[in-house]
Design a protein around this ligand. Structure first.
Ligand SMILES: [Zn+2]
Length: 133
């Protein structure tokens, strides 16, 4: 998902909304024995006078796999919101840098996906793990 900043500014359009689905690379799934088929991304952006672009977005997806404690099938719905800023100043370490022409959301979405994942996937709240009798 790319925001065509220069084109939009040329058209006098400084705000907008977007929605797309994306399939994360397998190495972006941190929880062992689980996978994410598809991530829904919805959000909006605003282009400011200094060419920086503020982007708000929400990720939603189902984390599916085996319970981290008992290995039973498990899935969890996850929703996560993020607010980021794209800037043209290459020395800005706090924000995402873009070339002033197109802002590619992929890195920001990948980062949010990493932050959004729980440490463990559980089959149910309070799972006590495999019972050994
Ligand atoms: Zn369990």
């Amino acid at each position: 998902m790319v925001i065509e900043v220069k084109k939009l500014v040329g058209k006098g359009k400084y705000t907008g909304e977007f929605a797309f689905d994306y399939v994360p690379d397998a190495d972006k799934v941190l929880v062992p024995l689980s996978k994410i088929d598809k991530v829904r991304v919805e959000g909006s952006f605003e282009i400011f006078d200094d060419d920086s672009v503020g982007v708000n977005f929400t990720l939603s997806y189902t984390l599916r796999g085996q319970c981290s404690y008992c290995l039973a099938d498990a899935e969890q719905q996850i929703g996560y919101s993020s607010e980021v800023l794209f800037v043209t100043d290459k020395d800005d370490c706090d924000n995402y840098v873009y070339d002033g022409i197109k802002a590619d959301l992929k890195v920001a979405v990948d980062d949010a996906l990493l932050f959004s994942q729980p440490a463990v996937l559980l089959c149910k709240e309070g799972c006590e793990g495999i019972k050994i009798n």
